[in-house]
Design a protein around this ligand. Structure first.
Ligand code: UT7
Length: 333
């Protein structure tokens, strides 16, 4: 028993923010951004939200799967930017889709989110607990980006992607995932309870520090450290998954990597001694959409007819945590 993807969907905001527009408020240029990252433009949520985009992506995936929302047993939303701390995004998506029989929860593994959620969904299906699962990656990163930091604000974008997994007879592929909390400071975004927020508690009458209570909220990143981590760990985990399944890189038709930086994707392809044409990219259009990047790309390839039944796909995610992982699957649509 395994979970087979039988429908995909994606939704991105209408508002396009190109590199030249960013160069109007931070000291950067279209040329620098394109050369160092590959990003040309990204989408920014204005009226859209994490759950509204996720529901639209989910609706498309359900439609393609040819099922009713009531048939979904579980909604798993990978997000680091839910609309509310609670209820979770997955419950909000459930309500919008009318997936009344689904159990719903969120999973935050930053840019590895979709990959980890996919693995979690597979585990539920293989165990026999659930048969039909909607996995969504959805982010409004523009809400947590520090728009004064040119080292990070150029990278990220908003969007959502989704896939419906259904239990079917088939090979249960081995996947892999890893975390390294020691690397946490390399890529972080403080939350309301973070030590660095400077807050001493919330009891009535408790004195709070002057000013904004510490560092400006938003994503902070040691770009070089994250870059080096990604180009070392992604090929490693891909090889781990290939070996565990008795496959070689030649057996894989498409490598669907988290879309963080063109140079990272190129470097991974080189280290795997695999032609770059097997590594599709759309980061030039959307930037880094964190947990949404893999399912947005998957949906784009699916809708363009690039994926053929029986082809082998290798998905690989990496990001804050630090966290990274890979999973192989056979395309079933
Ligand atoms: O999902 C995972 C999320 N994170 C990532 O994937 C990030 C991985 N890292 C990266 O993609 C790259 O490290 C960046 C694109 C963030 C930065 O590229 P880099 O080649 O590592 O640049 P750098 O940080 O070493 O900076 C080189 C120079 C510096 O100037 P000096 O010190 O050489 O004078 C920076 O101040 O480029 C400068 N710089 C910029 N210049 C123009 C940094 N950001 C910009 C900018 N525009 N936006």
């Amino acid at each position: 028993m395994t979970g087979v993807i039988c429908g995909t969907g994606a939704c991105v905001p209408d508002r396009i923010l190109d590199n030249n527009e960013i160069a109007e408020f931070v000291d950067t240029s279209d040329q620098w951004i394109q050369e160092r990252t590959g990003v040309i433009r990204r989408r920014i949520a204005v009226k859209e939200t994490t759950s509204s985009m996720a529901a639209e992506a989910g609706r498309q995936a359900i439609e393609e799967a040819g099922i009713k929302p009531e048939e979904i047993d579980m909604i798993l939303a990978a997000t680091a930017t839910p609309d509310h701390i609670f209820p979770c995004a997955a419950c909000e998506i459930q309500e919008k889709l009318g997936a009344v029989n689904a159990v719903c929860f969120d999973l935050n593994a930053a840019c590895s989110g979709f990959l980890f959620a996919y693995q979690t969904a597979q585990a539920y299906i293989v165990s026999g607990m659930y048969r039909t699962i909607l996995v969504v990656g959805s982010e409004c990163l523009s809400r947590i980006v520090n728009w004064e930091d040119r080292g990070t604000c150029i990278l990220f974008g908003d969007g959502s992607g989704a896939a419906v997994l259904r239990a079917a007879e088939g090979r249960n592929w081995v996947s892999a995932a890893h975390s390294d909390g020691k690397g946490g400071p390399a890529l972080l975004c403080q939350g309301p309870n973070a030590e660095e927020s400077g807050k001493t508690g919330n009891l009535p009458g408790q004195a709070q520090p002057e000013g904004d209570g510490g560092k400006r909220p938003g994503i902070s990143m040691d770009g070089k450290a994250v870059f080096q981590f990604a180009v070392r760990k992604v090929p490693e985990v891909v090889r781990e998954v290939l070996d565990a399944n008795g496959l070689t890189a030649e057996d894989i038709d498409w490598f669907i990597l988290h879309q963080a930086n063109k140079r990272i994707v190129e470097s991974v392809a080189k280290r795997l001694k695999t032609d770059i044409s097997k590594f599709p990219m759309n980061l030039q259009e959307y930037g880094n959409t964190s947990s949404a990047s893999i399912p947005i790309l998957l949906n784009e390839m699916n809708r363009r007819g690039m994926l053929k039944k029986g082809q082998k796909l290798m998905m690989a995610g990496f990001g804050a945590g630090l966290s990274w992982g890979a999973a192989v699957l056979e395309w079933g649509i």
